[in-house]
Design a binder for this molecule. Structure first.
Ligand SMILES: NC(=O)c1ccc[n+]([C@@H]2O[C@H](COP(=O)([O-])OP(=O)(O)OC[C@H]3O[C@@H](n4cnc5c(N)ncnc54)[C@H](OP(=O)(O)O)[C@@H]3O)[C@@H](O)[C@H]2O)c1
Length: 306
């Protein structure tokens, strides 16, 4: 793998960007990261593995131009309004920043931009601002004179560990029905896939890939969680009345029902192109173990992790 070529990674202190930056370093690339605060703990961790930190912000176009100067590749990710108002990114900002990163890459003569979108993008208007934003960014990127690849990750395994879904009460509640498959992916596999894409531009430029590592129905999720916890965990889909009262989750559930948010990756084909991808069971017993233990922590009885 080339180490004389530099890749600029956005969001490297976050889940996807962090996984991409680490995977690229692991393959010998020179990696630059645009970070808002180079003194933050996560930024220092990046510097410690040889990543060149450049201070910047999506709202400061000059900082992006400077960070991109001389870079061969760019990994573009923007946070979204779906992460909650506290994050401070509106749908309009997401679109503006996603387009600006691509425009600057095209103007700077970047050799390969990889944009991370979402599984529900490009499948018709969804009515969810933080999905339709990504469809708009994708379309903009394809119109530019810029070698690019788009990945569309499904639900992150990490997201299943967030508080509020009931793991601590051993009743996990989520979006799919008992017999309805939902695809998911570990953030680290997004990193591995993106690093492979940068390593083989002839193969991947011009492509859009839906990416996932596992696909589980509600019933299968119940089995996987119960086995990993060593105790029964029951699965329920959010009740219809709850979904009626929560328009955001109600719309997401409708998009799972119509397939657009359920994930449409060809997982066997991805495995043959990128090698093994983590199943949820593997993730729970490996890199996701601590997150799972924390999510279960408030349980009444001791839980033995396997
Ligand atoms: N959750 C899912 O299941 C899922 C599935 C598919 C797609 N997605 C999409 O994935 C995206 C989130 O990815 P993620 O989880 O990797 O994000 P994340 O962990 O929240 O990280 C966001 C990154 O963006 C950086 N950032 C925030 N505001 C910035 C600004 N103004 N200028 C420059 N950098 C800024 C953050 O840096 P700081 O350290 O400075 O905050 C951080 O590095 C969203 O668009 C979401 O819709 C999510």
């Amino acid at each position: 793998m080339s180490s004389d070529k530099t890749i600029l990674v956005f969001g490297a202190t976050g889940q996807q960007g962090g996984a991409v930056a680490r995977a690229l370093r692991g393959k010998g690339w020179a990696v630059r990261a645009l970070v808002r605060d180079p003194e933050a703990e996560k930024a220092r961790q990046l510097a410690a593995i040889g990543i060149d930190l450049r201070k910047g912000d999506f709202s400061d176009l000059r900082s992006i131009e400077n960070a991109m100067s001389g870079a061969y590749g760019v990994f573009s990710i923007q946070p979204s309004s779906g992460q909650g108002a506290a994050y401070g990114m509106t749908d309009e900002q997401e679109v503006r920043y996603g387009k600006a990163v691509a425009d600057i890459a095209a103007a700077s003569g970047v050799g390969h931009l990889v944009y991370t979108s979402v599984g529900a993008a490009g499948k018709g208007e969804t009515g969810m601002g933080h999905f339709d934003s990504k469809t708009a960014i994708e379309e903009h990127i394809r119109r530019l004179d810029l070698p690019s690849t788009i990945v569309r990750p499904s639900t992150f395994m990490e997201m299943l560990m967030l508080p509020g879904m009931g793991l601590e009460k051993r009743t996990f509640t989520f979006l799919m029905r008992e017999d309805q498959p939902l695809q998911m992916i570990a953030a680290s596999d997004i990193g591995r896939i993106v690093a492979s894409i940068f390593g083989d531009p002839e193969r991947f430029v011009g492509r859009t890939l839906d990416i996932s590592g596992d696909e589980l129905t509600g019933r299968q999720l119940q089995e996987v969680f119960s086995k990993a916890a060593g105790n029964p965990i029951t699965y329920n889909r959010f009740s219809d009345s709850f979904l009626d009262e929560n328009p955001f989750l109600g719309r997401l559930a409708a998009l799972v029902d119509d397939g657009r948010c359920a994930g449409s990756a060809d997982i066997p084909a991805l495995r043959s192109e990128f090698g093994e991808l983590l199943t949820l069971a593997q993730w729970l017993s490996g890199e996701g173990r601590l997150l799972f233990a924390r999510a279960l922590q408030a349980a009444d009885a001791p839980v033995a992790l396997r």
